[in-house]
Design a protein around this ligand. Structure first.
Ligand code: HEM
Length: 140
């Protein structure tokens, strides 16, 4: 039972990560399109579907299965889990920022340059590296 929930947790984390890495990449190219152009309208559809139908369900599933695992394994006070929890809160905040940037593009706003999205695109990778090392190596 525990292993099945852990497998579902890792599957939903992978789906969530795929969206967190792909959506800012779409923003990089969207930032260089003309508001109202055919390319911009296509990006809006891709971004909305990715965020609403993949990232949000995957994030909720990762949280749901993760919290059940934490409860079953009673790891609430373990140092590695507390540190991982802080990282995952940061990843969830990043997911929320992606939603804000998506809404700006949907309103044909161009508040930031492509370079900004290229830079922030690295953040989920760094958080993922920390989370995986903490949960598998458990350094503290
Ligand atoms: C969303 C909130 C999350 C919670 C509450 C959570 C909690 C947990 C817990 C309690 C376990 C089981 C540890 C054990 O075997 O005793 C686990 C496993 C795991 N988590 Fe998470 N996690 C979350 C998000 C993430 C994220 C964002 C990542 C990676 C980016 C991640 C990667 C993993 C991996 C790879 C395992 C399997 C480790 C193993 O096989 O030993 N988790 N998680």
């Amino acid at each position: 039972m525990f292993e099945w929930i852990k497998a579902l947790h890792v599957i939903s984390v992978i789906a969530w990560m795929a969206g967190l890495l792909y959506l800012p990449r779409l923003f990089v190219y969207h930032a260089d399109t003309e508001p109202g152009s055919e390319a911009s309208e296509t990006f809006k559809v891709m971004e909305r579907r990715l965020y609403r139908f993949i990232m949000l369900p995957a994030m909720l599933a990762a949280w749901g299965f993760g919290l059940v695992l934490a409860w079953l394994a009673a790891v609430w006070t373990d140092g590695w889990f507390i540190a991982k929890f802080v990282l995952v809160l940061a990843m969830s905040a990043y997911n929320d920022f992606c939603g804000r940037w998506l809404r700006e593009f949907a309103a044909d706003q161009r508040k930031r340059r492509a370079r900004f999205y290229r830079f922030v695109n690295e953040i989920p990778t760094l958080i993922m590296i920390g989370a995986v090392i903490l949960v598998i190596v458990r350094p503290f």
